[in-house]
Design a protein around this ligand. Sequence first.
Ligand SMILES: C[S@@+](CC[C@H](N)C(=O)[O-])C[C@H]1O[C@@H](n2cnc3c(N)ncnc32)[C@H](O)[C@@H]1O
Length: 252
Amino acid sequence: MGDINIYADSADIYDIFEFKGKSFTDITVQQLTDYFRQFNVKTVLDMSCGTGAQCIPIAQQGFNVTATDLSLAMLAQAKKKAGNTPNLQFKQANMITVSEGEFDCIYSAYNAVAHLSKSQLQETILNAAQHLAPNGILIFDVFSAEAMPFLPRNKVLDTALEMGDTRYVRYTNFNFDITKNAVDICQEYVIQRGFEDIKELMHNYCLQAYHHDELAEMIKQADLKLITLSVEGMKDVFNEDGVCHFVVAQKQ
Ligand SMILES: C[S@@+](CC[C@H](N)C(=O)[O-])C[C@H]1O[C@@H](n2cnc3c(N)ncnc32)[C@H](O)[C@@H]1O
């Protein structure tokens, strides 16, 4: 988990690069709240809230939300975006050990659990299972190892946009290691406001991907019942299905 610092120097531009300037991931929020309604969820823990792309609209819909994240910089952005949103409280916590009481749903969205090693993900699932109310649900999404070999192998220009007087450009290089099912990512940010000097940032980090059967086994190890294991994760950024697993599991 050594790469979490990537969020410290870029929390203020995270939404611009990840969501092309949007503040919320509407499709993911809809997926989550559909399950909340199906499973009668009232209390929610977002254990990797980032800048609040899911937890803010979810709280605005009346769910009672606790939102945690390891990064103080990301939490600061989320708090700024949330303003005075009722039913929403923020705290700093590590999702592996987070302990903020019992919830009807605990979720982690937008591939945040890919920052964890495999053993850390198993610990996180076990910890979440302990903090679920009876019949409560755990939801997370994570890169699919089946899809990773199809990522582009060359350097791609993944963002080029202009907002107000500022231009935002990002190059991304994916390198999938099939022996570890992990993706090494190298990202180069170029930002220029007006005619000011160009600001450059470099991020190098690694994301863990999973096979369908590995995730099913991890859910089983935590004594949870698998409800859904689809490839419909991160639909706000990937138009096609298959890139990211979407897992829903229930405490029995
Ligand atoms: C890709 S962002 C996703 C954030 C948000 N859910 C979204 O959709 O934008 C990953 C987030 O996971 C957080 N994170 C990574 N490892 C974590 C950990 N062990 N515990 C809590 N948060 C963690 C990062 O700080 C970051 O905010």
